[in-house]
Design a protein around this ligand. Structure first.
Ligand code: NAD
Ligand code: 4TP
Length: 338
């Protein structure tokens, strides 16, 4: 059991990250964790919310434990742009992208050094990240690269989104749909099934039931609407089953989620759905609401969770952002890294 605190990366300074972090601390849901970010940005967020809370700059992660209630312990991240304060709320700004990337990089270094026990990431804006010249589309890819030394192979990772009713793991994520279709290979599907099965067991499900969604309408309708199910997905399922993984499918992507849903009066036929593309998997989870969803990166050698929503530039700075998903991410990170 680690006594190190959780680190919360501040996310894009122009988005709702800083204010939902402030709300989580104000609700007493982030106690024991610390923020890695910029003191002035966090102070602005706390002030905007009208919270009577201090932002206390700490020297090292271990100092977070000494912070009183209603205090946000903040470690000033290294290498932040000196003019970050000029980045406007609700806008794409390369300075905010660069700062967000610097926080993620340092958070991984802290976890790898044993100074933090897991990472909870506030949302970043992918255009801002790209404008800053960061070569990764999102957290998932960046964390994967940072999890290994430069001379080591990167761990295979997958994105999972989960709420009370559904869990979904994606074969492909941040790429065009055209590229995603080509990226649905036997190896990618089989690796996803292995990662998913291992993760479900780690989450306490002794015999995970993994449903596999198809790629094409009605899972190809027997080959009438595409043959990826017959050529790629079904063979990967068979290979996974030969390894003892209880994977079934491919099922029609439009109906498998209602079969998997765990809701009152509906026990759910599966524990998790593996989906081939980003939107196949994420629309059902997000449609149930941004309040409870948590994004977990599976396959990393450390815990990383995140809210299931983005920077919400349209409401940033208005005080309307709901912190529930971040709070759910904090709770899950605590559960996964006791
Ligand atoms: N974990 C992450 O870092 C993460 C996750 C998702 C999206 N993103 C990025 O965020 C940026 C904006 O993405 P988007 O506009 O597609 O999605 P978004 O989730 O930022 O916003 C979608 C809609 O949901 C609302 N919303 C989102 N979070 C909310 C909250 N906590 N409370 C109340 N309303 C909320 C927004 O106001 C907006 O109307 C993109 O660059 C995207 O890639 C990052
Ligand atoms: N695909 C995620 C979503 O829509 O919720 C989001 O872009 C976050 O991805 P990263 O965790 O890789 O930043």
């Amino acid at each position: 059991m680690s006594t190190a605190p959780l680190v919360i990366t501040m996310g894009d300074a122009c988005g709702i990250g800083p204010e939902i972090i402030a709300k989580a601390f104000a609700a007493g849901e982030a106690q024991g964790a610390f923020v890695l970010g910029d003191t002035a940005v966090m102070r602005r967020a706390v002030a905007q919310l009208g919270q009577s809370m201090a932002v206390a700059t700490i020297e090292q992660p271990g100092d977070a434990a000494a912070c009183p209630p209603r205090c946000v312990p903040l470690l000033q991240a290294r290498g932040l742009p000196s003019d970050l304060q000029g980045a406007g709320i609700g806008r794409v700004d390369a300075r905010a992208g660069a700062a967000a990337a610097a926080c993620i990089e340092q958070a991984v270094a802290l976890v790898r050094a044993g100074q933090a026990r897991g990472i909870v990431t506030a949302p970043i804006h992918k255009e801002a990240l790209s404008a800053a010249g960061v070569g990764f589309p999102g957290h998932t890819e960046m964390l994967q690269a940072l999890a290994a030394d430069p001379d080591e192979a990167m761990p295979p990772v997958r994105m999972m989104l989960a709420n009370e009713e559904l869990r979904t793991v994606l074969v492909t994520i941040h790429m065009s749909l055209r590229k995603a279709i080509d990226a649905v290979t036997f190896d990618a599907v089989l690796e996803t099934l292995r990662i998913t099965d291992r993760a479900m067991r780690r989450f306490g499900i002794a015999a995970p039931r993994v449903a596999v969604a198809g790629l094409n309408p009605h899972a190809g309708e027997g080959g009438l609407f595409g043959d990826e199910e017959q050529q790629i997905i079904a063979p990967a399922i068979a290979a996974a089953r030969a390894e003892g993984i209880d994977a079934t499918g491919p099922f029609a992507p439009d109906t498998v989620f209602m079969r998997a849903r765990h809701a009152p009066g509906h026990p759910g036929e599966f524990d998790v759905v593996v989906a081939m593309t980003h939107d196949h998997g994420l629309i059902p989870v997000k449609y149930l609401g941004v309040e409870q969803g948590v994004n977990v990166t599976l396959g990393l050698p450390f815990v990383r969770t995140s809210p299931d929503h983005g920077t919400a530039f349209d409401i940033a700075g208005t005080g309307r952002a709901d912190a529930s998903s971040l709070i759910a991410a904090l709770r899950m990170a605590r559960r996964l890294s006791p």
